[in-house]
Design a protein around this ligand. Structure first.
Ligand SMILES: Cc1ncc(COP(=O)(O)O)c(C=O)c1O
Length: 396
């Protein structure tokens, strides 16, 4: 028998240590930012798909344009202008396999091993792991409830420049941040862009959650719209909104990044059928659909916040988000949420230990809970179970 493990490529990056429980099936999934199934409109999506296949189906016989479906890219350009103040041509947008696919393309185009990448104090583990697999050196910059702290960012930049390692990129999630939920304020956005200009370090802003305002204030404009030096790239997706399984996201880039992005994106465009369906569906439904998502997520958030108040002791704190789909919880300092995950999973509840969001695995007494997947009733049951596990395991 041939054994393929014998010929495994030497360039495959070594696995990143993650808690095994995260891969288990569970009844209460508080660990993944799944699309809210209760807000989905399957019938309308099916109708839109049927309509567009009838109209444009023949185009599936050829390969799509290199950056993906033109109509969808035009739609994205007009939405970005309307909602995020970004003026961009559809030619400066590429469709990708989810937001994650766009992050990977930007990493492949611009990051070498050992490059210093400045990122939020905690960073969505999917992106963090992509940087780590590339061999980059992620440096976490302290945040507060207004976002990344500019003075901390500048002192980090200065110290790396002094050592001869000018940081290659600032990577940030400035809207309903994953995992802490913070939205970076306008003043902070301006200050971060100013530092980017001053030290010639480009920014990648991942606004995957910009469509997920529940009842908070309007979002500040994107950094890409504030920046005048064309030093910002932008990422978002339709995955969280319409279906993770659609695997559809996008990246936006200034002219000078085009050639490098073209070099690495060949053959990596997402399914043209998914792009066609999403385009046809969103054209007619975006506003009402986004409102429905906000209503559904609002009641799930309320349910989780209520349950945390009822079942978690006052020694714990948590956020009460105005948008997005996650709550950031802090337990007493001695708690080890990585270690307790196995026990929670054995009782049917999954969450994300805080330390998976840091390259140095600090933050062990924190955890991220997502509320998009289960019903409000199940969320309450799941949080009660989780509180009992933490109590039994001595985390409280
Ligand atoms: C900030 C952020 N970026 C990227 C992703 C990956 O999402 P996608 O399924 O669109 O690739 C996620 C998913 O949780 C996310 O929160």
């Amino acid at each position: 028998m041939f054994d393929f493990t014998d010929i495994e490529a030497k360039s495959i990056p070594s696995a990143i240590d993650m808690p095994p429980g995260l891969m288990e099936d569970c009844e209460y999934v508080f660990s993944v930012t799944f699309t809210d199934p209760d807000a989905m409109d399957i019938k309308a999506l099916a109708n839109a798909t049927s309509r567009i296949i009838t109209r444009e189906g023949e185009s599936l016989s050829t390969y799509p344009p290199p950056f993906g479906h033109e109509g969808l890219r035009e739609f994205i350009a007009s939405e970005l202008f309307e909602n995020r103040d970004i003026k961009v041509s559809p030619d400066n947008i590429f469709l990708s396999s989810g937001a994650g696919g766009a992050v990977q393309i930007m990493i492949d185009a611009f990051i070498d091993s050992d490059d210093v990448v400045l990122m939020d104090e905690y960073c969505y583990h999917g992106s963090l792991n992509m940087f780590l697999r590339k061999g980059a050196n992620p440096i976490h910059v302290k945040m507060d409830d207004q976002g990344m702290i500019p003075s901390e960012l500048e002192s980090s930049i200065k110290s790396f420049i002094k050592d001869g390692h000018t940081p290659k990129m600032i990577y940030t999630i400035p809207v309903y941040h994953n995992p802490t939920g913070v939205t970076t304020t306008l003043e902070r956005r301006k200050a971060i862009v100013e530092l980017s200009n001053k030290y010639s370090i480009p920014i990648v802003e991942n606004e995957s959650y910009a469509d997920f305002r529940i009842d908070g204030p309007d979002l500040p404009p994107s950094m890409m719209s504030i920046d005048k030096a064309e030093g910002v790239m932008y990422i978002s997706a339709f995955t969280k909104l319409l279906g993770c399984g659609l695997r559809l996201g996008f990246g936006v880039f200034p002219d000078s990044a085009k050639e490098s992005i073209q070099k690495v994106s060949l053959g990596r465009s997402p399914s043209h059928l998914a792009s066609m369906s999403v385009y046809e569906y969103l054209k007619g439904h975006k506003t009402s659909y986004v409102e429905g998502v906000a209503r559904s997520l609002g009641s799930k958030r309320d349910s989780m916040v209520r349950a945390l108040g009822e079942f978690f002791p006052p020694t714990c704190t948590w956020t009460e988000p105005k948008g997005g789909m996650l709550i950031w919880v802090e337990l007493p300092g001695h708690a080890d949420t990585w270690k307790a995950l196995d026990k929670a999973v054995s009782k049917g509840v999954k969450y994300n230990p805080g330390s998976i969001f840091r390259a140095d695995r600090k933050g062990g007494n924190k955890l991220r809970l997502t509320y998009s997947h289960n019903s409000p009733e199940d969320i309450e049951k799941g949080i009660e179970i989780l509180a009992n596990v933490f109590e039994e395991e001595g985390l409280f």
